[in-house]
Design a protein around this ligand. Sequence first.
Ligand code: MLT
Ligand code: ZN
Length: 445
Amino acid sequence: MNVLKGLPEATVIREPSDLEPFLRDESHVHGVLPLAVVKPHGPMALRELVRRAKTEGFGLVPRGAGTGKAGGCVPTDRTVVVDFSAWPGDIHVSPQDLCLKAPASAPLREVKAAAEAQGLFYPPDPNSWESCALGGTLATNAGGPNACKYGMTRHWVLAVDALMDDGEIHTFGIPSLKANTGPNLAQLLVGSEGIFGFIVGATLRLTPRPSEFTTLLLPAKRWADLLDLPGRLCAAGFLPSAFEFFDPAVLSELRAHGPEEARRLPGEALAILEFDERGCTSEPFLEALLDLLGPMADGLEVASDERQRGAIWAVRRMTSAFLKERHPEKVSEDIVVPRSRLGEFFTRLEGLGIPSVSYGHLGDGNLHVNLLAAGETEPALLDRQLMVLFRLAVDLGGTLSGEHGIGLAKRDAFLALSDPGQIQILRAMKGALDPCGIFNPGKVI
Ligand code: MLT
Ligand code: ZN
């Protein structure tokens, strides 16, 4: 593409066969061939890209490691993919300020490791944490099992450096929790999926690293028994750092076809519960927990060392990839239902006759409802099924995405199910921050 000739501080990919890998992320949606892929190495490239996008009339699509689950980084019509994998910068930890600064290109696993090396903890742990880039987790406000106690990525962002419509990189926020100077633009950008500007780096909040863990495998004789447990735990003053689940269908698949460690998983349905506060391995803590569990504690297994803890988590961490391998065309959703209405959700879901299986983050009501037969389902019927699922979540006071975001995959549903006033405000903001519509066009709104 001529318009990208002589772009400074950048590697430009134009060969159609080399562009192919950029058409998809880890969702079920497909993009169209981009005009080019650009890997910027410095601010001059971004400045020039913004200028040329405006004058030549093409859009810019941000990309981290491509592990997104909603098609947020797949190219739409007449766009250039801006791949941040070569964006420069190092990770700097400041134990005094309890924070860390890192570029968007930093692998999340390195960000977490840098904090750990100083006895600190950066909690966000999306399932892709070993392969995703920090930038993608910021753009999508990624979640994960630890969100149950620690919240989402946005709860750990103090400041961001972002490319805005003037072609410059601006810093929003300071390395302190206390900054109260009007609306928080850093938080506006986190989770906005690149539609207002592109985050190129961030200052992240850290907390002392937990050193005590109680990890439990909790089989349920009756699946329904698990569903009021998240609410009961919270009401009794327990706050698990993770509370994951497999419904009977997912558990059976794992048992029948999963790896060795999965073959022995007990129960009709199964939960993984983890606590990480000081004292969580003490007798009084465990006794109080057993009291609360009552008869449900039958068959409970407690990890007695790091190896057993790791084995429990390994099964949970491979579930998404395992199901994808067996059902390559599956669609995985990530709706949210308030904890107090989980039982009602699953009863009503069954009544709707949508063929689905579920696993995910029961502790915060963030459920990965998977339509395994999506590939063999007529597209219009699949759309209707998904819409019914989203409506049910919304009816119960929940929402259509808890952690994956809207991207391209859920855009139509988001527009259909949201308050029109909210969409109008978002569009007005988009118009003000991105008047030429160059930032991730066709996504979210
Ligand atoms: C997970 O928690 O495993 C991922 O967010 C889920 C998915 O594949 O939908
Ligand atoms: Zn998840």
